[in-house]
Design a protein around this ligand. Sequence first.
Ligand SMILES: [Zn+2]
Ligand SMILES: [Zn+2]
Length: 96
Amino acid sequence: MKLCSRCDTYFTPKVSYQIYCSESCRDDATKEKIAERYQVTRRQKRIGKVRKCLGGCGFDLSIYNDSGFCSNCNISKKSVDKMLKELKGFIDYEQD
Ligand SMILES: [Zn+2]
Ligand SMILES: [Zn+2]
């Protein structure tokens, strides 16, 4: 018996190097690995580049920032989105 590397279920391996209990576990793990690698290359591409916050505040973003906004602008972006939504609701109301 072996323990699946993904779902922690005991299984009987068909081949000695089998580490996942099922094909779906193996597929999921493969997909995750690809996604992880993609994320890492995306971040590595950012090294040496200056990425400024899209919020226009001039803040330098870290390579780990995926949103494009610094934490301050991220908050205000959310409130802007909320405001726009409310505004849209207001316009829709007006047109009725
Ligand atoms: Zn499994
Ligand atoms: Zn910002």
